[in-house]
Design a protein around this ligand. Structure first.
Ligand code: NAD
Ligand code: IPM
Ligand code: MN
Length: 360
């Protein structure tokens, strides 16, 4: 079988980590008898440098023609990069948001799982970690503050900036359904996170989630305020199965959850619409501080590639093999700097990719 995959290496560490994911995918292809045909696309700063804008319409159209998109990360250092002298709508991040919206990728799955071998990289105490934890953050990705009307105005000599947070019930319903569907395949618990004590959008969120929950009697639903959730994630992460939340809260909570898995370099993600198409990317950014040094952790991208095989290409066996290879490499004691602990062997990005491919 052969599949078409659009590749967006992006900026910073993006090209380094995507190269490793491709190596692992191609190794899996040889073993399990499939071929991936890649089309490289420019987005973010890399696209600005060539086209003057972070995402062209042609890139969107090409992305749509593929079975899935595998991405590294985009963006640069806001202090030093010329991209940030452009107006906000022409900066790297605007390209990513436009791509998500154009492809209707409303469901962002960010699995935060603590590998037994990474207990030492987790900053929490042993008695909190216990047997580890395994949660799925379901982040709404095409609504909320990210896509509301925004402007900066000046009134009577005073500058004022406005960002609006809007959700309609249909947007909430479709992400909630996806969250409950996923909970049914897991430990059947949904924690819906909002700020219903303050925000109207959260009160609507809560009532729609309650309504959806009626179709899933086997799933336990609890509501949690976002500030409490931020605290509970480090107090007792084991309590969570599926965390269902809106765009901005999900952005923040997933970075926090990543750190309790040892490093942001471990957190993969899948962004899905109503079809089998998806965009797969690590949850972290382009890490300009470590770009080009061959020290970035490629595992989040490699695990995102495994999610691509599973969700978009129906290649479960190959996805399992990649996930097992990641476990094995950690068992064998290899670590990039971000997850390094005593007694382990420190390796760079390329070597980590090679070691994982070898174990596929
Ligand atoms: P970041 O995630 O890039 O980096 C935060 C810290 O984590 C840095 O110290 C970095 O070195 C480290 N880190 C991140 N990924 C790592 C990896 N794989 N291995 C080892 N260490 C890793 O966040 P930031 O510094 O706030 O943002 C940098 C740029 O990335 C900004 O332009 C931002 O807009 C962009 N960004 C893009 C995405 C994306 O493409 N999806 C996501 C987040 C941030
Ligand atoms: C992420 C990133 C993006 C987001 C930025 C780069 C726009 O932080 O994918 O988590 O906020 O969604
Ligand atoms: Mn983020």
């Amino acid at each position: 079988m052969s599949y078409n995959v659009a590749l967006i290496p992006g900026d910073g560490i993006g090209p380094e980590i995507v190269e490793q994911a491709v190596q692992v995918l191609d190794t899996a292809g040889k073993k399990f008898g499939f071929t991936l045909n890649y089309t490289k696309l420019l987005m973010g700063g890399a696209s600005i440098d060539v086209h003057g804008i972070p995402l062209t319409d042609e890139t969107i159209e090409t992305a749509k023609k593929n079975d899935a998109v595998l991405m590294g990360s985009i963006g640069g250092d806001a202090k030093t990069s010329p991209w940030y002298k452009l107006e906000p709508s022409r900066r790297p991040e605007a390209g990513l948001l436009k791509l998500r919206k154009s492809l209707n990728l409303f469901a962002n799955l960010r699995p935060a799982y603590l590998y037994k071998e990474l207990k030492d990289a987790c900053p929490l105490r042993d008695e909190i970690i216990g047997d580890g934890f395994d949660m799925m953050i379901m982040r709404e990705l095409t609504g909320g503050l990210y896509f509301g009307e925004r402007k900066t105005v000046e009134e009577n000599g005073v500058k004022k900036a406005i960002d609006t947070l809007t959700y309609d019930e249909n947007e909430i319903r479709r992400i909630a359904k996806r969250g409950f569907d996923i909970a049914m395949k897991r430990r059947k618990k949904v924690t819906s996170v909002d700020k219903a004590n303050v925000l109207d959008s959260s009160r609507l969120w809560r009532s729609v989630v309650e309504e959806v929950a009626k179709d899933y009697p086997e799933v336990t639903l609890e509501h949690m305020l976002v500030d409490n959730c931020a605290m509970q994630l480090v107090r007792d992460p084991k309590q969570f199965d599926v965390i269902l939340t809106e765009n901005m809260f999900g952005d923040i909570l997933s970075d926090e959850a990543s750190m309790v898995t040892g490093s942001i370099g471990m957190l993969s993600s899948a962004s899905l619409n109503e079809t089998s198409f998806g965009l797969y990317e690590p949850s972290h950014g382009s890490a300009p501080d470590i770009a080009g040094k061959d020290i970035a952790n490629p595992i989040a991208t490699i695990l995102s590639a495994a999610m691509m095989l599973r969700f978009s290409l129906n290649l479960d066996e190959a996805a399992d093999a990649i996930e097992n290879a990641v476990s094995q490499v950690l068992k064998d004691g290899y670590r990039t700097g971000d997850i390094m602990s005593e007694g382990c062997t420190k390796v760079g990005c390329k070597e980590m990719g090679r070691l994982i491919a070898e174990r596929v």
